[in-house]
Write a protein that binds this ligand. Sequence first.
Ligand SMILES: [Zn+2]
Length: 117
Amino acid sequence: MEMPCSTERGPLVPQAPTPPNSKGFVPVVQNPVVTTVTQVLAPPTDGPSMMFCTFCQRTITSRTSFEIGLMTWAVCGGLFLLGCFPCMCIPCCLDSCKDVMHYCPHCNRLLQTYKRM
Ligand SMILES: [Zn+2]
């Protein structure tokens, strides 16, 4: 009887060391920094409101002025159709029927227009 002198083991597969990663360094993907300037400001109303003046580059409280707009003419036309001819000029005197122009108090430039129609 022969004693098994060798165990039937397969050839030892040496643990292959992890090959050196050719990409040893993790490339840092630098996303372009997008700075989105979001001005969270209230939409213009018919009164002085906070807004950003692109000319002065600052936040200001607008100065308002009222000008005759589409709403004014619509009310005039409505009064005309109703036959209230003497009342037709009333919308031109009421600020609540006019468009509101928002100006910058510093540079006096028109920033926004609040249209009622
Ligand atoms: Zn300004």
